[in-house]
Design a protein around this ligand. Structure first.
Ligand code: PLP
Length: 478
C-alpha cells in the first residue's frame, strides 16, 4: 500500500514513512492510493469479530493499509492496545439500543473518557514501535482545548522515545479535563498552561513548527487529527458497530457522527469506500456549522475567530474542518489540481469555495451517502433531558448533538447508530444545567481533582515555550 497527497505531489510513501507526519510536504493530506475492498470478505470479518474480538478485527483491517510492519508485530500491537482493561468492556465499543432501530455506540470508555482514545492509544504503541526501529526520539508539541491533549498524554505516558509538551489555555478547560491532564506525573509528559485562549496555544505551536532549525534540532512532531494513522484506527469501530447492529451482511445501516474536524466521520467514509454497507453518514455539528453549511449548500466557508462560538460541546468548536480536504478530494474524483486550487488558492484568497454548481456536489448525498444537521445549546439540553427521562441514559453534550441530528435523518427500516464521543462527566456543568444533578462518575476517577498536579503556567510567548522545551528535551545529534 502506498500513500499519496491530496494536492498532487508525485512521490508515494509507505505507512511507516507517514506515521509520524502531519501534512504532506505540499500542504495536502495523505490518503491511500486506493481503498482495499472488503465486500466479499464481510462474512469472514464478522466471524473474526465474533471469535477474536475488537483487537483481531483491528488487525485484519489495519494490515490492509500497513505492509511495512511484520504481521505478527502488528497483531501484537493491536492486542496490546485494545484490551478490556484499557477500554472497560470486552466489546471495547459496545452498542446499546435506545429504541427500535436507534442505537448508541460507546467509544468513550478508554482512559480519558472520550473517543479520541480509540485512535490515540494505538498511536502511542505504533510510535513507540517505529521510533525504536529507527533508533530515534520524538518531542510531541500540541495545543489542546481538552480532549485531544489528554488522549495524547495518556497514550504516550511512559512510552520510550517520546516526550509530550502540551499547551492548553490556562483555566479554560473543564475542571475534570484539567485534573485529568495535570495529574499525570510521568516524567515524559509536560503540561504547559498558557495565559490566553486556545488560538494562542495553536499560534505558539505553529510558530515553533515554522522554526525549522528548532524543529529539526529538537525533533518536534505532532499528533493532530490529520495524522493518517489516527484516522485509520477509527475505521475499525465502524465495522464493530455494524456487526453489532446487524445479523446479516446484506443489511445496511446509517451512522450519525458528532463532528468538528471531520476526522471521525471521515473514517466512516473510508469504511464505506471499502464496502461496509453504510447507507447514510450524517454529520452533526453544533453552532459552529461550517460542515452543515457545506452539505446543505455546497459552500465551504471557514470562520474567523470572531465567528467561532464557544459552546457547551466545546470539542466541536472549530473554525475550519482540518480533515475535510480528504473527502473533497474523493468527491472530486481525486482531482488533485482542483483540490489544491480550492484549499490552497480559493480558501487563502477569499476564505471560501463554492461547489454548488459543480456536478460532483450532488454526489455527496447520492453517491457518498452524506447528510448533515445542526444542534444548539437548547437542543443539547432538551436531548439530554429526554434521553435521561425516557431511557434512563445520561449522554454527554457532543453525543446529544449527534442524537438530535440523527432523529432528523433516520432512514426508514435501517438501524441508525449514533457515535457516543465522550462521557458526561467530562462536561458536568452542562449536564447539571440539563438535569439538575451532576453526572455519575465512573469508578477509578474518584478524587481525581484532589490529586497532585504537574503543570507549568506561562504567558503566551513563543520564546518562553521554546526555552522550556530546550530545558527538558535533550538536543539531538543532527
Ligand atoms: C474531537 C471530538 C469531536 C469531534 O471529532 P472530529 O473527529 O474532530 O470530527 C466530537 N466529540 C468529542 C467529545 C471530541 O472530543
Amino acid at each position: 500500500m502506498r500513500y499519496l497527497s491530496t494536492r498532487g505531489r508525485a512521490d508515494r510513501k509507505r505507512f511507516c514513512e507517514i506515521l509520524l507526519e502531519g501534512l504532506a510536504p505540499d500542504g495536502g493530506l495523505y490518503l491511500p492510493e486506493s481503498y482495499p475492498k472488503i465486500d466479499a470478505r464481510l462474512g469472514q470479518l464478522r466471524q473474526i469479530w465474533v471469535s477474536g474480538g475488537y483487537a483481531d478485527l483491528a488487525f485484519e483491517i489495519l494490515k490492509l493499509y500497513i505492509d511495512d510492519i511484520p504481521e505478527a508485530q502488528l497483531r501484537d500491537l493491536c492486542r496490546k492496545t485494545y484490551r478490556p482493561q484499557v477500554f472497560g468492556t470486552p466489546e471495547i465499543v459496545p452498542v446499546r439500543q435506545l429504541e427500535h432501530g436507534l442505537y448508541l455506540q460507546a467509544l468513550s470508555n478508554g482512559p480519558t473518557l472520550a473517543f479520541k482514545d480509540m485512535a490515540m492509544q494505538l498511536l502511542g504503541n505504533l510510535f513507540e514501535y517505529e521510533l525504536a526501529r529507527r533508533g530515534e526520539e520524538l518531542n510531541i508539541l500540541g495545543a489542546t482545548s481538552g480532549d485531544t491533549g489528554s488522549a495524547a498524554e495518556y497514550a504516550m505516558r511512559g512510552k520510550k522515545g517520546v516526550r509530550v509538551f502540551m499547551t492548553s489555555p490556562h483555566g479554560r478547560m473543564s475542571a475534570f479535563q484539567q485534573a485529568q491532564m495535570f495529574s499525570l506525573l510521568d516524567e515524559n509528559i509536560h503540561n504547559i498552561a498558557i495565559e490566553g485562549v486556545f488560538d494562542d496555544c495553536q499560534d505558539i505551536v505553529k510558530a515553533v513548527s515554522n522554526d525549522l532549525e528548532f524543529k529539526r534540532c529538537y525533533k518536534i512532531g505532532t499528533v493532530n487529527s490529520i495524522n493518517w494513522a489516527r484516522l485509520l484506527a477509527q475505521v475499525v469501530y465502524y465495522f464493530a458497530g455494524y456487526f453489532q447492529a446487524t445479523r446479516h451482511d446484506s443489511e445496511q445501516v446509517a451512522f450519525t457522527v458528532p463532528s468538528g474536524n471531520f476526522g471521525n466521520i471521515c473514517a466512516g467514509h473510508v469504511a464505506r469506500m471499502m464496502g461496509l454497507p453504510i447507507a447514510k453518514l450524517v454529520v452533526a455539528t453544533n453552532e459552529n456549522d461550517v460542515l452543515d453549511e457545506f452539505f446543505r449548500t455546497g459552500v465551504y466557508r471557514v470562520r474567523g475567530s470572531a465567528d467561532t462560538h464557544e459552546t457547551s460541546s466545546p470539542s466541536m468548536d472549530i473554525s475550519k474542518a482540518s480533515n475535510f480536504e480528504r473527502f473533497v478530494f474523493d468527491l472530486l474524483g481525486r482531482d488533485a489540481a482542483l483540490t489544491r486550487s480550492l484549499f490552497a488558492d480559493a480558501l487563502g484568497r477569499q476564505g471560501f469555495f463554492d461547489l454548488s454548481a459543480h456536478p460532483s456536489f450532488a454526489q455527496a448525498a447520492t453517491r457518498y451517502g452524506f447528510a448533515s444537521g445542526k444542534s444548539t445549546h437548547a437542543d443539547r439540553l432538551a436531548t439530554i433531558r429526554d434521553t435521561d427521562a425516557r431511557f434512563g441514559v445520561v449522554i454527554d453534550t457532543h453525543t446529544a448533538d449527534g442524537l438530535k441530528v440523527a432523529r432528523e435523518h433516520r432512514p426508514s427500516g435501517l438501524p441508525m447508530l449514533v457515535l457516543e464521543t465522550a462521557l458526561p462527566i467530562k462536561f458536568a456543568q452542562t449536564i447539571e444545567e440539563a438535569l439538575g444533578r451532576p453526572p455519575a462518575r465512573p469508578s477509578g476517577f474518584e478524587g481525581l481533582e484532589a490529586k497532585p498536579r504537574r503543570v507549568q503556567v506561562m504567558p503566551a510567548d513563543v520564546e518562553q515555550v521554546k526555552a522550556y522545551i530546550a530545558a527538558h528535551a535533550p538536543l539531538l545529534p543532527p
